[in-house]
Design a protein around this ligand. Structure first.
Ligand code: ASP
Length: 539
């Protein structure tokens, strides 16, 4: 069986495991509360006695097993009497982390815990957020303990795979770019290739955002969001969205971002994995090595070529693990996403995927057919291994080694062009991310009924195009730069909470498009350099 068929099967198995056996499982009983920050809850030893309330320290996660639920008759917003949960009797171990946070030992004493890891029992208050259409959203919500355990077992397999691929990325980007630049052998050729590549990367990104905006205006996903879902989503993801906004708030200004591309200490850039700095240094060093002349530079180039080849051999080994790694990664994402969020945001999610499909078919299809002179379906087949790895890892950077292999082996791009264009693309070119930001911005504006002028739409296109350069090729990076896009146009950033629940899943689709874009443009660049391309199906 071909490797990528096995990867596809791995993805399907992962999705089924996540859906049926994950924390939000459709099959398993939801019997625990996984509370990330205990300071956000009210915990009492006796529900009728507020003086028995115990303040559990902030920042300590606790997993509380659900023993029983106390219901109360309550008139809901439509005036009907309904039994709603008010208190849940729970049990949890007084963990080492709780003991550490309780330096004075006061809480332990109050709770009567004798030994570390001793069990605590008490009542957890269930808070209700009224919904506009009637009824309430309850928090926290129970999940399946067994499902959590399944994901805890599966998670390290995915992490193992991710870490093994990431291990190769930094040395590969450096070695590839150096070899790529030095083998071009001519600074004018490098300048031409570099400027055309950047022009195409930025041009296709601006088109992608515009397609995203157009799709959001035609489909109007904001009209499909129920007021009740809106309240639930804002309550459920508000805190996590706040984290993204704080991350965006500390991001540097445009000038600083540009200046930051130049490393003050390239070794530091390599150890911290700062891709733009590594790219800059590798290009400058590659040019300098070229300037030494063919006789002097031959040994350096050949050394890095050998290093590049050895790193590709490692990737070949790691790919044997891909079907299992991919299954684990997909199971984790699907298992922790929660089906109710997916259904509430179905139209929004479909709008993003529709936009991505249009962009792929029209823009990349057009470029590959018209300039690359290749069949679109054969190109897609040749790019499939990279697309599958991008989809399951949600990381353009982690996919880079596989993209380089696809470009050289399956599309027939020369090593210098693939080694130059692809590492650049994995950081700079993110059409899928930019398109998703366009849809997300309009979606949030529609939900909050914010009117957008033509100027605001133009600034979304500009901001999302610039943001796609700055965003790192790692999972969730697009969500942080989306906060910057929203602020630049005056769309409420709290809206991030609306879309956070499906972000991880949409990340898979947009990363697959980001990587397809890198490969399509590499193909076009190779053709424009007069290379003969021959497509081969992956093995
Ligand atoms: N995960 C994306 C990538 O690596 C970036 C993003 O959209 O969050 O390309």
């Amino acid at each position: 069986m071909q490797l990528y068929t096995k990867i596809l099967i791995g993805m399907a198995v992962g999705a089924v495991v996540g859906l049926l056996l994950g924390p939000n499982s459709l099959l398993l009983t939801h019997d625990v509360y996984a509370i990330r920050d205990a300071s956000q809850i009210v915990f009492q030893q006796n529900p009728t006695d507020a003086s028995s309330r115990v303040q559990i320290p902030a920042g300590v996660p606790v997993q509380m097993r659900l023993l029983e639920t106390r219901l109360e008759q309550h008139p809901d917003l439509l005036g009907e009497e309904k039994a709603v949960p008010v208190w849940a009797k729970v049990r949890f171990p007084f963990s080492q982390r709780l003991a550490l946070a309780d330096q004075s030992g006061h809480i332990r004493q109050q709770l009567g815990v004798l030994a570390p890891d001793g069990q605590v029992e008490g009542w957890l208050q269930i808070s209700r957020t009224p919904l506009e259409g009637g009824g309430f959203a309850f928090s926290p919500r129970p999940i399946s303990r067994l499902g959590e355990q399944v994901i805890d077992i599966v998670r390290p397999i995915g992490q193992l795979f991710m870490r093994l691929i990431k291990m190769v990325v930094v040395p590969l980007v450096f070695a590839s770019l150096l070899v790529g630049v030095a083998s071009l052998g001519d600074i004018r050729k490098l300048g031409r290739l570099g400027s055309r590549t950047l022009g195409l990367y930025l041009g296709t990104t601006a088109v992608a955002v515009s397609i995203g905006l157009a799709c959001a205006y035609v489909v109007q996903p904001g009209q499909f969001i129920d007021p009740a879902d809106r309240t639930v989503l804002l309550a459920q993801f508000g805190a996590a969205a706040g984290d993204r906004m704080s991350a965006a708030a500390v991001s540097p200004s445009m000038v600083d971002t540009l200046l930051d591309i130049i490393p003050t200490n390239p070794i530091d850039s390599l150890t911290s994995g700062n891709m733009l700095q590594i790219i800059f240094f590798a290009i400058v060093l590659g040019v300098a090595i070229t300037a030494l002349g063919p006789e002097e530079n031959a040994s350096v180039v050949s050394l890095f070529e050998k290093l590049q080849n050895a790193l590709i051999v490692i990737i070949g080994w790691v790919m044997a693990l891909a079907p299992y790694g991919v299954a684990a990664l997909v199971a984790e994402v699907i298992g922790t996403s929660g089906i109710s969020v997916l259904t509430a945001l179905l139209v929004y999610g479909c709008t993003v995927v529709l936009g991505l499909a249009i962009h792929g078919g029209l823009v990349y299809g057009g470029l590959v057919r018209l300039i690359g002179r290749l069949s679109w379906s054969s190109f897609m087949r040749a790019a499939r291994p990279a697309q599958l790895i991008a989809f399951s890892t949600s990381s353009s950077s982690a996919t880079l080694p596989v993209s380089i292999e696809c470009a050289e082996k399956n599309i027939g791009v020369s090593n210098p062009v693939a080694s130059f264009v692809l590492p650049l693309g994995s950081t700079v070119n993110m059409d899928g991310t930019a398109l998703y930001q366009g849809v997300a911005a309009i979606f949030i504006a529609q939900v909050f009924q914010t009117d957008l002028s033509f100027g605001s739409q133009l600034s979304i296109v500009l901001a999302a195009t610039m943001a796609s350069i700055g965003a790192a090729g790692v999972p969730g990076a697009g969500m942080i730069t989306l906060a910057l896009v929203l602020t630049s146009t005056g769309i409420p950033t709290v809206g991030l909470a609306l879309i956070l629940g499906v972000d991880r899943i949409l990340d898979m689709f947009r990363t697959a498009v980001n990587v397809t874009g890198d490969l399509a443009i590499t193909t076009v660049m190779a053709k424009s350099e007069g290379e003969q391309l021959t497509l081969q199906s992956p093995t």
